[in-house]
Design a protein around this ligand. Sequence first.
Ligand SMILES: Nc1ncnc2c1ncn2[C@@H]1O[C@H](COP(=O)(O)OP(=O)(O)OP(=O)(O)O)[C@@H](O)[C@H]1O
Length: 204
Amino acid sequence: MDVIAQDLAVARGGVPVLEGLSFVLGPGQALVLRGPNGSGKTTLLRTVAGLQPPLAGSLSGTEDRIAYAAHADGLKSMLSVAENLRFWAQVFGASDIKPALAAFDLDPLQDRLAGSLSAGQKRRLGLARLMVTARPVWVLDEPTVSLDAASVALFAGVVRRHLASGGCALIATHIDLGLTEARILDVTPYRAAPRAALQDEAFL
Ligand SMILES: Nc1ncnc2c1ncn2[C@@H]1O[C@H](COP(=O)(O)OP(=O)(O)OP(=O)(O)O)[C@@H](O)[C@H]1O
């Protein structure tokens, strides 16, 4: 099933950010969002993930199919690495956390409390969570922040395997993940036109 965005407009804090945006994301495909800071990539990802409604246009193929990895890792600091993964595996009805531990080199850390991990280790755990959701559409916001080169390579491999197994990914990233088959969508041309009335309100 494809994810289809048609003539989508998205807003943040009531202010339109992007408009007129359309794309199709099919099985095995990756779409990388580009654009300067503040251009609306996160807002678009939040909308696709269902955390906020679109201002206009339509989205299909997203319901109950999205695994979203946001800036905040959202880990339970008083649970161990393995307990965190088990928790999410139960929420999503998956059972085996071993492949996720192995893929992100978390085996040696599995009994450590998540709260005691370094920033990069926390990020690896946050991303490992994707693998226990069994969801086909990965929506990733700057997934490589805090990761060293070796971890970026691990992560790129995980994404590649996800695509090869029929999954897809929508990724906002400033770095090149080396996904040669990924398409690029620069959001800059879709910036919403400034609205005088809304801007006036902002100065009140
Ligand atoms: N909580 C918020 N309330 C109101 N406006 C916000 C909020 N968060 C972000 N914005 C604004 O919405 C616009 C789009 O921000 P967004 O986070 O989507 O951009 P981005 O392309 O993801 O940026 P970056 O590359 O810096 O992560 C920006 O002008 C930003 O200042």
